[in-house]
Write a protein that binds this ligand. Structure first.
Ligand code: PLP
Length: 395
Protein backbone atom coordinates (compact mmCIF):
# COMPACT_ATOMS: atom_id res chain seq x y z
CA UNK A 1 0.00 0.00 0.00
CA UNK A 2 1.21 3.49 -0.86
CA UNK A 3 2.37 5.41 2.18
CA UNK A 4 0.67 8.63 3.20
CA UNK A 5 2.66 10.98 5.38
CA UNK A 6 1.26 14.33 6.36
CA UNK A 7 4.16 16.68 7.06
CA UNK A 8 2.40 20.00 6.50
CA UNK A 9 0.98 20.69 9.96
CA UNK A 10 2.10 24.32 9.85
CA UNK A 11 -0.36 24.82 6.96
CA UNK A 12 -3.19 23.06 8.74
CA UNK A 13 -3.76 20.07 11.00
CA UNK A 14 -6.09 17.08 10.91
CA UNK A 15 -9.15 17.60 13.10
CA UNK A 16 -8.95 15.23 16.09
CA UNK A 17 -11.86 12.73 16.13
CA UNK A 18 -12.67 13.81 19.71
CA UNK A 19 -12.92 17.43 18.50
CA UNK A 20 -15.14 16.41 15.57
CA UNK A 21 -17.36 14.44 17.99
CA UNK A 22 -17.78 17.47 20.25
CA UNK A 23 -18.62 19.65 17.24
CA UNK A 24 -21.12 17.14 15.92
CA UNK A 25 -22.83 16.85 19.31
CA UNK A 26 -23.12 20.63 19.44
CA UNK A 27 -24.49 20.85 15.89
CA UNK A 28 -27.13 18.24 16.63
CA UNK A 29 -28.08 19.31 20.15
CA UNK A 30 -26.98 22.84 21.01
CA UNK A 31 -27.88 24.51 17.72
CA UNK A 32 -29.67 27.46 19.30
CA UNK A 33 -28.65 31.09 19.05
CA UNK A 34 -26.91 32.02 22.32
CA UNK A 35 -28.63 35.43 22.23
CA UNK A 36 -32.14 33.84 22.24
CA UNK A 37 -34.21 34.02 25.42
CA UNK A 38 -35.52 30.46 25.44
CA UNK A 39 -34.34 26.95 26.20
CA UNK A 40 -32.40 26.40 22.95
CA UNK A 41 -30.73 29.77 23.36
CA UNK A 42 -29.81 29.03 26.98
CA UNK A 43 -28.26 25.70 25.99
CA UNK A 44 -26.07 27.40 23.39
CA UNK A 45 -25.22 30.21 25.81
CA UNK A 46 -24.11 27.67 28.44
CA UNK A 47 -21.79 25.98 25.94
CA UNK A 48 -20.40 29.35 24.88
CA UNK A 49 -19.67 30.27 28.51
CA UNK A 50 -18.21 26.89 29.49
CA UNK A 51 -16.03 26.73 26.35
CA UNK A 52 -14.69 30.23 27.02
CA UNK A 53 -13.80 29.14 30.57
CA UNK A 54 -12.13 25.92 29.34
CA UNK A 55 -10.03 27.91 26.85
CA UNK A 56 -9.09 30.52 29.46
CA UNK A 57 -8.04 27.76 31.87
CA UNK A 58 -5.71 26.22 29.29
CA UNK A 59 -4.20 29.60 28.38
CA UNK A 60 -3.87 30.88 31.96
CA UNK A 61 -6.13 33.91 31.70
CA UNK A 62 -9.59 35.07 32.68
CA UNK A 63 -12.52 34.00 30.52
CA UNK A 64 -13.53 37.64 30.06
CA UNK A 65 -10.27 38.13 28.18
CA UNK A 66 -11.14 35.60 25.44
CA UNK A 67 -12.86 36.92 22.26
CA UNK A 68 -13.85 34.56 19.48
CA UNK A 69 -13.02 35.45 15.87
CA UNK A 70 -13.40 33.66 12.55
CA UNK A 71 -9.67 32.88 12.19
CA UNK A 72 -6.14 33.93 13.04
CA UNK A 73 -6.11 36.51 10.25
CA UNK A 74 -9.13 38.28 11.73
CA UNK A 75 -7.56 38.25 15.21
CA UNK A 76 -4.33 39.77 13.77
CA UNK A 77 -6.29 42.45 11.90
CA UNK A 78 -8.43 43.30 14.90
CA UNK A 79 -5.53 43.55 17.36
CA UNK A 80 -3.39 45.81 15.19
CA UNK A 81 -6.05 47.93 13.46
CA UNK A 82 -8.10 48.16 16.67
CA UNK A 83 -5.16 49.36 18.77
CA UNK A 84 -3.70 51.64 16.08
CA UNK A 85 -6.98 53.37 15.28
CA UNK A 86 -7.87 53.84 18.95
CA UNK A 87 -4.47 55.22 19.91
CA UNK A 88 -4.29 57.44 16.83
CA UNK A 89 -6.88 59.56 18.61
CA UNK A 90 -4.18 60.23 21.23
CA UNK A 91 -1.62 61.18 18.57
CA UNK A 92 0.08 57.76 18.42
CA UNK A 93 0.43 56.79 14.79
CA UNK A 94 3.44 54.46 14.76
CA UNK A 95 3.60 50.65 14.73
CA UNK A 96 6.65 48.47 15.31
CA UNK A 97 6.69 45.02 13.76
CA UNK A 98 9.16 42.65 12.09
CA UNK A 99 10.07 41.79 8.52
CA UNK A 100 9.18 38.11 9.01
CA UNK A 101 5.56 38.36 10.16
CA UNK A 102 2.83 36.38 8.45
CA UNK A 103 1.00 38.27 5.66
CA UNK A 104 -1.96 38.58 8.06
CA UNK A 105 0.18 41.03 10.04
CA UNK A 106 2.36 42.48 7.27
CA UNK A 107 -0.56 43.32 5.00
CA UNK A 108 -2.53 44.72 7.94
CA UNK A 109 0.38 47.07 8.59
CA UNK A 110 0.56 47.96 4.88
CA UNK A 111 -3.17 48.80 4.94
CA UNK A 112 -2.59 51.02 7.97
CA UNK A 113 0.26 52.80 6.15
CA UNK A 114 -2.33 53.78 3.54
CA UNK A 115 -4.41 55.28 6.38
CA UNK A 116 -1.41 57.42 7.37
CA UNK A 117 0.26 55.25 10.02
CA UNK A 118 4.02 54.84 10.07
CA UNK A 119 5.36 51.31 10.38
CA UNK A 120 8.85 50.15 11.32
CA UNK A 121 9.63 46.66 10.00
CA UNK A 122 12.50 45.42 12.16
CA UNK A 123 15.17 43.19 10.63
CA UNK A 124 16.03 39.78 12.06
CA UNK A 125 19.31 37.95 12.39
CA UNK A 126 20.39 34.92 10.32
CA UNK A 127 18.26 32.65 12.55
CA UNK A 128 15.15 34.81 12.30
CA UNK A 129 15.43 36.33 15.78
CA UNK A 130 14.46 39.95 16.32
CA UNK A 131 16.65 41.61 18.90
CA UNK A 132 14.78 43.05 21.90
CA UNK A 133 17.19 45.99 21.85
CA UNK A 134 16.14 46.83 18.29
CA UNK A 135 12.55 46.94 19.54
CA UNK A 136 13.59 49.33 22.31
CA UNK A 137 15.38 51.57 19.81
CA UNK A 138 12.44 51.59 17.40
CA UNK A 139 9.81 52.66 19.95
CA UNK A 140 9.10 56.40 20.01
CA UNK A 141 6.58 58.58 21.87
CA UNK A 142 4.29 58.01 18.90
CA UNK A 143 4.36 54.20 19.03
CA UNK A 144 0.93 52.71 19.61
CA UNK A 145 1.71 49.02 19.39
CA UNK A 146 4.51 46.50 19.00
CA UNK A 147 3.53 43.39 17.01
CA UNK A 148 6.03 40.51 17.03
CA UNK A 149 5.08 36.94 16.18
CA UNK A 150 5.60 34.28 18.84
CA UNK A 151 6.97 31.72 16.41
CA UNK A 152 7.58 31.91 12.69
CA UNK A 153 5.44 29.76 10.42
CA UNK A 154 8.14 29.08 7.83
CA UNK A 155 11.30 28.45 9.82
CA UNK A 156 9.86 27.79 13.29
CA UNK A 157 12.06 30.31 15.13
CA UNK A 158 10.65 31.33 18.52
CA UNK A 159 11.00 35.03 19.35
CA UNK A 160 11.95 36.38 22.81
CA UNK A 161 8.39 37.58 23.46
CA UNK A 162 8.56 37.91 27.28
CA UNK A 163 11.63 40.14 26.98
CA UNK A 164 10.16 42.24 24.16
CA UNK A 165 6.92 42.61 26.13
CA UNK A 166 8.85 43.97 29.11
CA UNK A 167 10.54 46.53 26.88
CA UNK A 168 7.28 47.52 25.17
CA UNK A 169 5.67 48.12 28.56
CA UNK A 170 8.66 50.05 29.91
CA UNK A 171 8.32 52.28 26.86
CA UNK A 172 4.55 52.65 27.33
CA UNK A 173 3.28 50.77 24.27
CA UNK A 174 0.91 47.87 23.79
CA UNK A 175 2.36 44.45 22.99
CA UNK A 176 0.65 42.05 20.59
CA UNK A 177 1.86 38.63 19.51
CA UNK A 178 0.59 36.46 16.66
CA UNK A 179 0.85 33.07 18.35
CA UNK A 180 -0.98 31.15 15.62
CA UNK A 181 1.92 28.70 15.16
CA UNK A 182 2.89 28.59 18.82
CA UNK A 183 -0.32 27.76 20.68
CA UNK A 184 -0.50 23.98 20.93
CA UNK A 185 3.25 23.63 20.32
CA UNK A 186 4.55 25.70 23.23
CA UNK A 187 3.17 25.83 26.77
CA UNK A 188 1.88 29.40 27.06
CA UNK A 189 0.55 31.00 30.24
CA UNK A 190 -0.88 34.35 29.24
CA UNK A 191 -0.75 36.08 32.59
CA UNK A 192 2.88 35.05 33.06
CA UNK A 193 3.78 36.09 29.50
CA UNK A 194 2.31 39.55 30.07
CA UNK A 195 1.35 40.42 26.48
CA UNK A 196 -1.64 42.73 25.99
CA UNK A 197 -3.06 40.75 23.09
CA UNK A 198 -2.46 37.37 21.47
CA UNK A 199 -3.95 35.73 18.39
CA UNK A 200 -4.51 31.99 17.88
CA UNK A 201 -6.20 29.87 15.25
CA UNK A 202 -8.10 26.60 15.69
CA UNK A 203 -6.97 24.87 12.52
CA UNK A 204 -3.32 24.89 13.56
CA UNK A 205 -4.12 22.81 16.63
CA UNK A 206 -6.46 20.09 15.38
CA UNK A 207 -9.72 22.07 15.45
CA UNK A 208 -11.34 23.08 12.12
CA UNK A 209 -10.64 26.10 9.97
CA UNK A 210 -12.92 29.05 10.70
CA UNK A 211 -12.38 29.66 14.40
CA UNK A 212 -9.83 31.86 16.15
CA UNK A 213 -9.33 33.77 19.36
CA UNK A 214 -8.06 37.20 20.20
CA UNK A 215 -6.96 37.39 23.84
CA UNK A 216 -7.30 40.97 25.07
CA UNK A 217 -5.91 41.63 28.53
CA UNK A 218 -8.33 43.18 30.98
CA UNK A 219 -8.15 46.99 30.79
CA UNK A 220 -6.74 47.09 27.23
CA UNK A 221 -9.05 49.09 24.99
CA UNK A 222 -9.07 48.74 21.22
CA UNK A 223 -11.55 49.78 18.53
CA UNK A 224 -13.95 47.23 17.10
CA UNK A 225 -13.19 45.75 13.70
CA UNK A 226 -16.63 44.30 12.98
CA UNK A 227 -19.74 46.25 13.86
CA UNK A 228 -23.19 44.76 14.27
CA UNK A 229 -24.96 43.09 17.19
CA UNK A 230 -23.80 43.02 20.79
CA UNK A 231 -21.97 39.67 20.78
CA UNK A 232 -18.61 39.17 22.49
CA UNK A 233 -19.22 41.90 25.05
CA UNK A 234 -20.15 44.32 22.24
CA UNK A 235 -16.64 44.07 20.82
CA UNK A 236 -16.98 41.54 17.97
CA UNK A 237 -20.35 41.30 16.28
CA UNK A 238 -21.68 38.17 14.59
CA UNK A 239 -23.60 35.18 15.93
CA UNK A 240 -21.09 32.96 17.68
CA UNK A 241 -20.00 29.70 16.01
CA UNK A 242 -20.90 27.56 19.02
CA UNK A 243 -19.92 24.12 17.61
CA UNK A 244 -16.47 25.31 16.54
CA UNK A 245 -15.98 27.21 19.79
CA UNK A 246 -16.70 23.98 21.72
CA UNK A 247 -14.39 22.12 19.32
CA UNK A 248 -11.63 24.65 19.93
CA UNK A 249 -11.99 24.20 23.70
CA UNK A 250 -11.59 20.44 23.26
CA UNK A 251 -8.60 20.86 20.92
CA UNK A 252 -6.82 23.18 23.35
CA UNK A 253 -7.41 20.78 26.25
CA UNK A 254 -6.03 17.95 24.14
CA UNK A 255 -3.03 20.07 23.13
CA UNK A 256 -2.34 20.70 26.81
CA UNK A 257 -2.59 16.97 27.61
CA UNK A 258 -0.29 16.14 24.70
CA UNK A 259 2.39 18.71 25.66
CA UNK A 260 4.34 15.84 27.23
CA UNK A 261 4.76 14.39 23.70
CA UNK A 262 6.54 17.49 22.39
CA UNK A 263 10.06 16.31 23.36
CA UNK A 264 9.42 13.20 21.20
CA UNK A 265 8.28 15.46 18.33
CA UNK A 266 11.41 17.60 18.76
CA UNK A 267 13.58 14.45 18.69
CA UNK A 268 11.95 13.40 15.39
CA UNK A 269 12.53 16.93 14.03
CA UNK A 270 16.20 16.70 14.99
CA UNK A 271 16.50 13.31 13.33
CA UNK A 272 15.00 14.78 10.16
CA UNK A 273 17.47 17.66 10.29
CA UNK A 274 20.38 15.30 10.83
CA UNK A 275 19.29 12.95 8.04
CA UNK A 276 18.50 15.58 5.43
CA UNK A 277 21.45 17.86 6.12
CA UNK A 278 23.73 15.03 4.94
CA UNK A 279 22.63 15.97 1.42
CA UNK A 280 25.45 18.07 -0.10
CA UNK A 281 24.69 21.78 -0.58
CA UNK A 282 21.82 21.77 1.90
CA UNK A 283 21.19 24.39 4.52
CA UNK A 284 18.90 24.21 7.56
CA UNK A 285 17.04 27.46 8.25
CA UNK A 286 15.87 28.76 11.62
CA UNK A 287 17.38 28.93 15.07
CA UNK A 288 19.38 25.88 16.26
CA UNK A 289 17.60 25.73 19.65
CA UNK A 290 14.87 28.41 19.84
CA UNK A 291 12.57 26.67 17.42
CA UNK A 292 9.18 24.97 17.33
CA UNK A 293 9.29 21.22 17.93
CA UNK A 294 7.59 20.36 14.64
CA UNK A 295 9.08 22.59 11.90
CA UNK A 296 12.07 21.79 9.71
CA UNK A 297 13.00 24.21 6.92
CA UNK A 298 15.86 23.08 4.74
CA UNK A 299 17.19 24.49 1.47
CA UNK A 300 18.80 22.45 -1.30
CA UNK A 301 20.88 24.45 -3.72
CA UNK A 302 20.35 24.04 -7.48
CA UNK A 303 16.69 22.98 -7.29
CA UNK A 304 13.24 24.57 -7.09
CA UNK A 305 11.19 23.79 -3.99
CA UNK A 306 8.00 23.49 -6.04
CA UNK A 307 9.35 20.65 -8.22
CA UNK A 308 10.41 18.83 -5.08
CA UNK A 309 6.87 19.09 -3.68
CA UNK A 310 5.43 17.39 -6.76
CA UNK A 311 7.82 14.47 -6.45
CA UNK A 312 7.27 14.19 -2.71
CA UNK A 313 3.52 14.14 -3.28
CA UNK A 314 3.93 11.28 -5.76
CA UNK A 315 5.83 9.42 -3.05
CA UNK A 316 3.00 10.00 -0.56
CA UNK A 317 4.57 12.84 1.41
CA UNK A 318 2.63 16.09 1.89
CA UNK A 319 5.04 18.96 2.51
CA UNK A 320 5.38 22.62 1.63
CA UNK A 321 7.92 25.16 0.46
CA UNK A 322 6.95 27.82 2.97
CA UNK A 323 3.63 29.16 4.12
CA UNK A 324 0.50 27.74 2.46
CA UNK A 325 -0.83 31.26 1.98
CA UNK A 326 2.02 32.19 -0.32
CA UNK A 327 2.40 28.85 -2.08
CA UNK A 328 0.25 30.13 -4.94
CA UNK A 329 2.96 32.66 -5.75
CA UNK A 330 6.46 31.79 -6.85
CA UNK A 331 8.01 34.74 -5.02
CA UNK A 332 10.99 33.85 -2.87
CA UNK A 333 10.09 33.68 0.82
CA UNK A 334 10.22 37.10 2.54
CA UNK A 335 11.21 35.27 5.73
CA UNK A 336 14.24 33.58 4.21
CA UNK A 337 15.27 36.77 2.42
CA UNK A 338 15.07 38.61 5.76
CA UNK A 339 17.43 36.04 7.31
CA UNK A 340 19.95 36.76 4.57
CA UNK A 341 19.38 33.71 2.35
CA UNK A 342 20.26 34.66 -1.25
CA UNK A 343 17.31 35.03 -3.63
CA UNK A 344 18.13 31.95 -5.72
CA UNK A 345 18.43 29.74 -2.61
CA UNK A 346 15.22 31.07 -1.07
CA UNK A 347 13.38 29.23 -3.88
CA UNK A 348 14.73 25.78 -3.16
CA UNK A 349 13.51 25.22 0.37
CA UNK A 350 11.38 22.49 1.80
CA UNK A 351 9.25 22.90 4.94
CA UNK A 352 8.35 19.70 6.72
CA UNK A 353 6.04 20.25 9.67
CA UNK A 354 5.34 17.21 11.82
CA UNK A 355 3.06 16.58 14.79
CA UNK A 356 2.61 14.20 17.71
CA UNK A 357 0.85 11.89 15.25
CA UNK A 358 4.01 11.54 13.13
CA UNK A 359 5.86 8.26 13.69
CA UNK A 360 9.52 7.26 13.65
CA UNK A 361 8.77 5.18 10.54
CA UNK A 362 7.43 8.32 8.82
CA UNK A 363 10.70 10.09 9.60
CA UNK A 364 12.74 7.14 8.24
CA UNK A 365 10.68 7.18 5.06
CA UNK A 366 11.17 10.93 4.53
CA UNK A 367 14.91 10.60 5.14
CA UNK A 368 15.07 7.80 2.54
CA UNK A 369 12.81 9.52 -0.01
CA UNK A 370 14.19 13.06 -0.19
CA UNK A 371 17.83 12.42 -1.31
CA UNK A 372 16.98 10.58 -4.58
CA UNK A 373 14.46 13.31 -5.45
CA UNK A 374 17.05 16.02 -4.86
CA UNK A 375 19.54 14.03 -6.96
CA UNK A 376 17.08 13.59 -9.85
CA UNK A 377 16.14 17.29 -9.86
CA UNK A 378 19.75 18.39 -9.70
CA UNK A 379 20.54 16.25 -12.71
CA UNK A 380 18.23 18.54 -14.69
CA UNK A 381 20.07 21.69 -13.61
CA UNK A 382 22.78 23.22 -15.84
CA UNK A 383 24.35 24.78 -12.73
CA UNK A 384 24.64 21.33 -11.18
CA UNK A 385 26.36 20.07 -14.34
CA UNK A 386 29.08 22.63 -13.71
CA UNK A 387 29.47 21.39 -10.13
CA UNK A 388 29.76 17.80 -11.36
CA UNK A 389 32.24 18.85 -14.08
CA UNK A 390 34.34 20.44 -11.35
CA UNK A 391 34.12 17.24 -9.29
CA UNK A 392 32.49 19.07 -6.41
CA UNK A 393 29.19 17.18 -6.14
CA UNK A 394 29.89 16.08 -2.60
CA UNK A 395 30.16 19.65 -1.33
N1 PLP B 1 -0.34 33.91 11.56
C1 PLP B 1 0.49 32.87 11.34
C2 PLP B 1 1.85 32.88 11.97
C3 PLP B 1 0.08 31.80 10.54
O1 PLP B 1 0.93 30.79 10.32
C4 PLP B 1 -1.21 31.85 9.95
C5 PLP B 1 -1.64 30.77 9.04
O2 PLP B 1 -0.84 30.13 8.37
C6 PLP B 1 -2.04 32.93 10.23
C7 PLP B 1 -1.57 33.95 11.03
C8 PLP B 1 -3.41 33.02 9.67
O3 PLP B 1 -4.31 32.18 10.39
P1 PLP B 1 -5.69 31.73 9.71
O4 PLP B 1 -5.34 30.73 8.65
O5 PLP B 1 -6.49 31.14 10.84
O6 PLP B 1 -6.34 32.95 9.19
Amino acid sequence: MKRFIYADNAATTAVYPEVAAEIQKCCLEAWGNPSSAHQKGYEAKDILASSRKRIADVLGCDEKEIYFTSCGTEADNWAIKGAARRLAKKGKNHIVTTAIEHPAVLNTCKALEKEGFEVTYLPVDQYGIVSPESVRDAITDKTAIVAVMYANNEIGTIEPIAEITKIAHERGTLMFTDAVQAVGNVDINLHELGVDMLALSGHKLHAPKGIGVLYIKKGVLIDNLIDGGGQENRKRAGTENIPYIAGLAKALEMAKERMCELPRVAAMRDRLIEGLSKIPYSHVHGHPTERLPGIVNIGFKFIEGESMLLWLNLSGICASTGSACSSASLDASHVLLATGVPHEEAHGTLRLSISADTTDEDIDFIIETVPPIVKRLREMSPLWEEIVAAGKENG
